[in-house]
Design a protein around this ligand. Structure first.
Ligand code: PEP
Ligand code: MN
Length: 342
């Protein structure tokens, strides 16, 4: 159930509606929009008895929400959410007319490696640097990431180059640490339905980049975002990173059609990761072009200065020169759609 407030409703009126909802034993989550605030009622197992809610001052109407997801839904908030990330080099936005860029290695390996890639990524025009200090690997014998020393290197990258940091938390324990260092906390595909991690991410003050599980349906993907939002963190960026299919010419099948599908159902921005989405260096540029053309709100790209010696995902990491080209072409395609890469 959604309680739609008048555009001129006062804060006190919104508060009174929330108090009434809570006195009925439900949870009230106000979602402020450009034109009006809507109050979302959650915590109900069946139909909500709206009682006198509809006649309270400032209320326009009560609308039943039939979809399982509420806070992520466009029914609750019509206008697209723009997630803004502050970096020392300025703000990077995702959503609306803004297309955000995130680039960097799969994993942080050494200071030399992190600095070499950061320097080139910055030169190409990106202001958000990615790199995992905690890596969710299929094999326990593969490189698992440097852990906190890796986060410290990311902090050095931030200081030295002014780049904002996007890095992954793989469990509640690492999230406690990651949130101290990151500007954006990444939740990986393998953790998309790690509900305790999603709830913990919902309590964080930092924006969350949530990757789609490799076999997650659209509803499951949006419900994962709902978990984060239901705990109070509304700064969620979705990320399509490819799903498992019978196709064996790529590591995953990049499901670009999910971008307009998400944008139709949800106000949240969605970015595309063509690196994990294809698993092949030569396919990253063509699929990046396609992602921008289909309307993605950003790209997350793996870049390495020496990919043949990378400790993880070298096969899909592009070279810095290729990334420069990628940004250049993405700018041109975004321009056709009246959007700006930032
Ligand atoms: C990553 O971004 O390096 C990563 C592990 O991605 P995913 O969770 O999509 O596999
Ligand atoms: Mn990777």
């Amino acid at each position: 159930m959604l309680v739609v407030m008048q555009s001129q409703a006062t804060e006190a009126q919104v508060r009174a509606v929330c108090d009434r909802i809570e006195s009925l034993g439900y949870k009230a989550l106000p979602v402020p929009g450009a034109g009006r605030t809507a109050v979302c009622i959650t915590g109900n197992s069946g139909a909500v008895d709206i009682g006198s809610l509809e006649s309270m001052p400032g209320v326009i109407e009560c609308i039943p929400v039939s979809k399982p997801y509420k806070l992520v839904s466009r029914d609750v908030k019509e206008e697209t959410t723009v997630v803004r990330i502050k970096t020392p080099l300025g703000e990077v936005s995702f959503g609306g007319s803004a297309v955000g860029m995130v680039a960097g290695p799969c994993a942080i390996e050494t200071r030399e490696q992190a600095f070499a890639v950061a320097e080139r990524v910055k030169k190409a025009g990106a202001r958000l640097f990615r790199g995992g200090a905690y890596k969710p690997r299929t094999s326990p014998y593969s490189f698992q990431g440097l852990g906190e020393p890796g986060l410290k290197l990311l902090a050095e990258v931030r200081d030295q180059f002014g780049l904002g940091i996007v890095t992954e938390a793989i469990d509640n324990e690492s999230l406690d640490l990651v949130e101290k260092y990151a500007d954006v906390i990444q939740i990986g595909a393998r953790n998309m339905q790690n509900f305790s991690l999603l709830k913990r991410a919902g309590k964080s003050q930092k924006p969350i980049l949530l990757k789609r599980g490799m076999s997650a349906t659209l509803d499951e993907f949006l419900m994962a975002a709902e978990y984060v939002m239901s705990e109070g963190n509304y700064n969620v960026i979705l990320c399509e990173r490819g799903v498992r299919t019978f196709s064996d010419h790529t590591r995953n099948t990049l499901d670009l059609s999910v971008v307009p599908a998400v944008q139709r159902r949800s106000h949240l921005p969605i970015v595309v990761d063509p690196s994990h989405g294809t698993g092949k260096r030569a396919k990253v540029l063509p699929l990046s072009r396609a992602a921008i053309a289909v309307g993605a709100d950003g790209l997350l790209v793996e870049v390495h200065h020496d990919p043949d010696r990378a400790l993880s995902d070298g096969m899909q990491s592009i070279l810095p020169d290729e990334f420069e080209q990628l940004i250049k072409e993405s700018r041109q395609i975004a321009g056709v759609l009246n959007r700006k890469i930032n």
